[in-house]
Design a binder for this molecule. Structure first.
Ligand code: 6CS
Ligand code: FE
Length: 313
């Protein structure tokens, strides 16, 4: 039970559901910490809680990353690793692979790309580190949905992330269209925290990464958010990036099309927002879901000396 009255974002306790006003800024220090987004893009991000930048990566880069994803998917060394999550009820279909920035040199290079890191540094107003990375495959025909949730709700309760000061970057590696289960977001939802009903079972992550049942909003709050802000589905070409604030409500449908919806997902957290103890007496989740040890500041690649680049490449 959480008895910490200083914690405003109580969730999954006997108190039940509630709508709590966000306490933190969305863009820290007026977006002056780094220069990546222009005024208009910053405003959009602050207002909606997300921003799509089309064709941020070119076709060649996308092909290279897709090939790397395919290599990882077939790598026998990864078989049986806990980082590999299969689709519910289907041991053969790969749903997600976590900690990709440590499992792959190419992905390690990607998360240092200034096109991603500098956006994170700008909106979070500080240096940043990687809280979590993953690829989501959403295979054609068999990729299942992700139910409505705020990532921050999970990271606050299960990982002890203190504040809303993290941003997710989803780089689309395949075209996202109305058929292959694109990301749906609720504009403006990041300004409210939805406290959820239901206690967290031990080792919840073992099932929640396949099908999420706790840490999901009640119907009334969800409808209110959507009636207020509307719904937006991201239809965009491979190479586009969705930046979304950690508390933005989102979901995606299953993929009944034959086309995979694959993306690389990196969560940057502010170095001033490192993890504390999980809430409600929960045990910390594994490092591959929530970094506690590997919290080195990510230096944008252009700021590295050429010989350092060789070492990390
Ligand atoms: O539990 C987590 O940390 C992950 N789960 C979901 C459904 N989305 C965000 C995050 O990657
Ligand atoms: Fe999510």
């Amino acid at each position: 039970m959480n008895t910490d009255i200083a914690d405003l974002y109580v969730s999954r306790t006997e108190r039940g559901s509630a709508i709590i006003a966000r306490q933190e800024p969305v863009v820290y220090h007026q977006g002056n910490y780094a220069q990546a987004l222009n005024e208009q893009q910053l405003e959009r991000y602050a207002k909606d809680g997300f921003l799509v930048i089309e064709n941020l990566f070119d076709e060649h880069e996308v092909q290279e990353l897709l090939a790397e994803l395919e290599r990882l998917r077939l790598d026998p060394a990864l078989k049986g690793m806990p980082e590999l999550i299969t689709e519910p009820g289907d041991q053969d279909a790969l749903r997600s692979l976590f900690r990709v920035h440590q499992l792959s040199d190419r992905m390690a290079e990607l998360i240092r790309d200034p096109r991603l890191v500098n956006v994170a540094r700008q909106v979070l107003g500080s240096e940043v580190y990687v809280h979590q990375s993953r690829v989501n495959m959403k295979p054609g025909l068999y990729g299942k949905e992700f139910f409505w949730h705020s990532d921050f709700e999970t990271w606050h309760i299960e990982d002890g992330m203190p504040n809303m000061r993290a941003v997710s970057c989803s780089l689309l590696l395949t075209d996202n269209n109305e058929h292959n289960g694109p990301l749906m977001l609720v504009p403006g939802s990041h300004r409210q925290f939805i406290a959820c009903e239901g206690a967290t079972p031990d080792e919840n992550y073992k099932s929640s990464l396949k099908v999420q049942t706790v840490g999901t909003p009640d119907e009334v709050s969800l409808k209110l958010l959507i009636d207020n802000g509307g719904l937006e589905s991201v239809r965009a070409k491979a190479g586009s990036v969705i930046f979304f604030e950690c508390n933005t409500m989102h979901a995606s449908s299953g993929n009944l099309s034959p086309w995979a919806r694959s993306n690389v997902f990196t969560v940057f957290n502010s170095v001033e927002n490192k993890l504390e103890a999980p809430r409600n007496g929960l045990a910390p989740r594994p490092e591959y879901l929530a970094a506690r040890q590997h919290t080195d500041t990510i230096v944008p690649a252009t700021e590295l000396e050429p010989d350092e680049l060789l070492m990390v490449g």
